[in-house]
Write a new protein. Structure first.
Length: 343
């Protein structure tokens, strides 16, 4: 197999891994009727969209699971302990978010940093909306991490990368290169300061839109390259718009289909379309990666809504996604000059 053929085959298999991993996660969580259906597919997509990275080893996987359980448990304990003292709760959660953003910028694996961030933004707001379900949602977060890891292993086993495939086959999706400590600390502080006002608002006055808004902002802040030119900003908005429209169409389609098998088949087909674009779209791949994340989030919330939310009103959800994107882009533009100070 020539180098060009090997590269093309590597991209094809990477797209198949991504589509399979997301569809497999949706299949498991829907079959078991878990809360927060979007979590496992979103986590699997975050790992698999880094198409050049190999599958985690067994030791790495077990370590990740332990860290996921520990971080989620810490957030749940802190939320329960400081529910009556919002100021302390907000400051504590802000510190955890800062540490996770710092670790992310230093190159720590996706699951290890993303799940604590999701826990930190979800559990306090869910505890306010429905205190009795906070524990079950925390358990769902841990189980979602395990299912996502299993799906990634299965995807790599079924669609292995071609022998001697080039590691730079898919620079399109972007990679998180480890920053030096000073730069990572500065970026983490900027990210935390952007997220903190919205998180504070929703902790003090939780509403049904909080989960969508907070996770969209976290997703955008985690992007490896967030240039704030007009083209980049429009690309982020466009990505969320594409994902939202696709999710609305998909949701109505599966309501007509009415069976789990139809849902999984349609999910694999839709995921394969997104995965194919991420694999081959070069500089536009981050737009499709954001669109895919938005698609997973909205479909998951529609299929199995969280406590305090409903499975309807896709237009309202899409509007909240676009508003969250605009807020994140505006916040990043305000701190852009400080983020790029010489180290």
């Amino acid at each position: 197999m020539s180098g060009a053929d090997r590269a093309a085959e590597g991209l094809r298999r990477a797209a198949l891994r991504l589509a399979f991993g997301v569809a497999a996660c949706f299949a498991v969580v829907e079959a078991l009727d878990w809360e927060a259906t979007f979590l496992a597919p979103l986590l699997a997509a975050n790992m698999l969209v880094k198409l050049e990275r190999p599958s985690p080893s067994l030791a790495q996987g077990l370590t990740v699971i332990v860290l996921i359980a520990a971080s989620t448990g810490i957030v749940l304990v802190l939320t329960t302990a400081f529910m009556s003292n919002p100021t302390v709760l907000i400051l504590t959660i802000a510190l955890l978010i800062y540490v996770s953003f710092y670790a992310h910028r230093r190159g720590v694996p996706e699951l290890v940093t993303l799940l604590p961030q999701i826990s930190a933004v979800m559990l306090p707001t869910i505890a306010i909306l429905s205190p009795a379900t906070a524990g079950s949602v925390a358990a769902s977060i841990v189980m979602a991490g395990i299912v996502a890891l299993m799906a990634v292993w299965a995807a790599h086993a079924i669609f292995p990368a071609p022998v001697a495939a080039e590691p730079e086959e898919s620079p399109a999706a972007g990679t998180t290169r480890a920053a030096d400590p000073a730069t990572a600390a500065r970026h983490a502080l900027c990210d935390t300061l952007i997220l903190l006002p919205v998180l504070t608002w929703f902790i003090l006055d939780a509403t049904q839109v909080s989960i969508v808004v907070l996770i969209v902002i976290v997703t955008l802040l985690r992007l490896p390259d967030r240039g704030q030119g007009q083209q980049a900003a429009l690309g982020l908005i466009l990505g969320n718009l594409i994902g939202g429209i696709a999710a609305a169409g998909f949701y109505n389609l599966v309501l007509v289909g009415g069976s789990l098998l139809f849902f999984i088949t349609a999910c694999f087909a839709a995921s394969l379309i997104f995965a194919g674009r991420i694999a081959v779209a070069a500089d536009r791949a981050p737009v499709y990666a954001i669109a895919f994340a938005t698609f997973i989030l909205l479909v998951g919330l529609g299929m199995s809504p969280l406590p305090g939310t409903s499975g309807e009103a896709f237009v309202s959800r899409l509007l909240n996604v676009l508003l969250a994107s605009a807020y994140a882009i505006g916040g990043l533009s305000l701190v852009e000059r400080w983020r790029h100070l010489p180290s």
